[in-house]
Design a protein around this ligand. Structure first.
Ligand code: SF4
Length: 78
């Protein structure tokens, strides 16, 4: 039995990716491989970099974590 909204959130998954830009090398592998387009590619002075544009859509498949060449992505609680 669910008592309140916080219990509901524990049952219904909800995590999303977080990019550590201190480690990210702008490979855009997460952007290219996410099956549901959680990431967007943002223009910067140095080129393009991935940003988490639609965290609410994340399926927690962890494909972005697997393809990232520098382990710059982790899933965190919403
Ligand atoms: S865990 Fe899967 S769905 Fe979520 S952002 Fe990464 S690749 Fe996309």
């Amino acid at each position: 039995m669910l008592k309140d909204e916080s219990d509901f959130k524990k049952v219904v998954r909800k995590m999303h990716p977080q990019i550590d830009y201190k480690i990210c090398v702008d490979s855009l592998e997460c952007y290219d491989n996410c099956p549901i387009n959680v990431f967007d590619a943002e223009e910067t002075a140095e080129g393009k970099r991935a940003v988490v544009a639609h965290p609410e859509d994340c399926l927690e498949c962890e494909d972005c974590i697997r393809v990232c060449p520098t382990d710059a992505i982790k899933l965190v609680d919403d």
